[in-house]
Design a protein around this ligand. Structure first.
Ligand code: HAM
Length: 415
């Protein structure tokens, strides 16, 4: 039997309803923040991701789905949305006559060759938000507020915002050199398996708190020593506002994020539930050079993305109810003698005019079976077309009403 590839999901029945429920809520939230929607191609030139996510990152090193097309072009399935959205912003000159920030959102599937487990897939969906030409200070607050709003909307309260200021590229370069110096001096205290990483990409071992000695990490050079006083003050101001807004947070100076385009403020919303484990649901931050690097003007950008499958996983563990409010639905039954054309006319009237969800098993004539079907499907109304009569029945109250075919065609039925 042919099976789906590892790390992918089929969506049907309950799972597609859950997915659509989450999409719908997220789109409604996006409207409240005046975000416009964008969709970009599923695949892009490999170079876009390599250059902007960074060749030393896990996403590019290990996880990218790359391929050659029939004309030998190097392409890749998108592993994330930011680089593609910025490429589109620049290519379509969306900044042209826009003097202020452009706020966009997307719901797109992403592809990463990761080891599949709960909340980690090879094809997954993200709801992402990008603010282009942003004023970083105010927009960071709004974007974090938006992410926090999503947590509230889904009644999820087992989370914490982790936030850090990673400085600009120049400041990070200086910090990296100091870290390299420091780790080279103490290389014997670093476990063998992490030594190469420590000397190649020292930021990425700062959060290896379980394997590396606490003292070694604590004494490592800190980025804050490379930041300007005015930048530190601005970050403190931001933190003060986040605190006043009541968003649960912690400043985590080991948070560096796994994509190279980030600068300045970066953040994650991490689940604190013991059942789920400490998984990151949302990740984001500033990217002050990406728009320029992709060929656009020197504008700042900022955004985040939420992993939809990871969110759904957390919500299920938290007992969230994904049910939509009941839509009016009806079962239309006909006995074998009732005119078939009339049945189809009634059904289309109920659907088109009355917007009722119509169920009908055309060749099932046993009433007991119909009642069982209605119970299982949560249907409370039946229209019986029997002996040339039409009877409307409300199952829970037992109420009954007769209709003529002509009345239904003219006025419909409203439930
Ligand atoms: P990211 O941290 O790589 O950031 O991914 C964001 C979220 O996508 C994660 O927090 C997680 O919920 C979800 N996610 C990542 N990998 C997987 C996976 N293999 N399976 C399921 N879910 C996953 C970005 O992608 C940035 N583009 C976010 C951003 C937007 N930054 C600025 N703007």
């Amino acid at each position: 039997m042919m099976q789906k590839p590892r790390g992918t999901l089929d969506y049907f029945g309950i799972s597609i309803n859950e997915l659509n429920h989450v999409f719908k809520k997220l789109k409604n939230i996006a409207k409240l923040y005046n975000l416009g929607e964008i969709k970009t191609p599923t695949f892009e030139h490999l170079e876009l991701f390599k250059k902007n996510i960074g060749v030393d990152t896990d996403i590019i090193n290990k996880e990218i789905y790359e391929f050659k097309d029939k004309s030998n072009r190097d392409l890749a399935l998108r592993p994330e949305g930011t680089a593609s959205v910025v490429r589109s912003y620049v290519e379509n000159k969306m900044f042209g006559n826009q003097n202020y920030v452009l706020k966009l959102f997307y719901i797109m599937n992403m592809f990463r060759y990761e080891r599949p487990q709960n909340g980690r897939l090879r094809e997954f969906h993200q709801f992402g938000v990008e603010y282009l030409k942003s004023n970083t200070f105010y927009d960071v607050i709004e974007v974090i507020q938006l992410a926090n709003h999503i947590m509230h909307e889904f009644q999820f309260d087992k989370y914490i915002l982790k936030i850090n200021n990673i400085g600009n590229f120049e400041q990070r370069k200086n910090w990296k050199n100091k870290l390299l110096e420091y780790f080279s001096l103490h290389i014997d205290s670093i476990p063998i398996e992490l030594r190469e990483k420590a000397l190649r990409n020292p930021f990425r071992i700062l959060d290896e708190k379980t394997i590396i000695s606490k003292q070694l990490l604590e004494n490592a050079p800190k980025l804050e020593n490379f930041l300007l006083d005015s930048e530190k003050e601005e970050f403190e101001h931001l933190i003060k506002i986040i605190k006043e807004l009541g968003i649960p947070f912690t400043i985590d100076n080991t948070l560096v994020r796994g994509l190279d385009y980030y600068t300045n403020v970066v953040f994650e919303f991490v689940s604190t539930s013991d059942n789920i484990g400490k998984s990151t649901i949302i990740g984001g931050g500033n990217y002050t050079k990406l728009i320029e690097d992709i060929g656009g003007p020197r504008y700042d950008g900022l955004g985040f993305a939420i992993g939809i499958e990871r969110l759904i996983f957390c919500l299920k563990e938290n007992g969230y109810d994904f049910c939509e409010p009941n839509k009016p639905s009806i079962y239309v039954f006909r006995d074998e003698n009732y005119d078939l054309t009339k049945l189809f006319k009634i059904n289309s009237k109920l659907r088109e005019m009355c917007h009722i969800d119509v169920h009908c098993l055309y060749d099932e004539f046993k009433k007991q079976k119909i009642l069982k079907y209605c119970k299982a499907s949560g249907i409370n109304h039946i229209l019986w077309l029997c002996n040339n009569k039409i009877t409307f029945e409300e199952l829970d109250s037992g109420k009954i009403k007769e209709y003529s075919f002509e009345t239904i065609l003219e006025k419909g039925i409203f439930i």
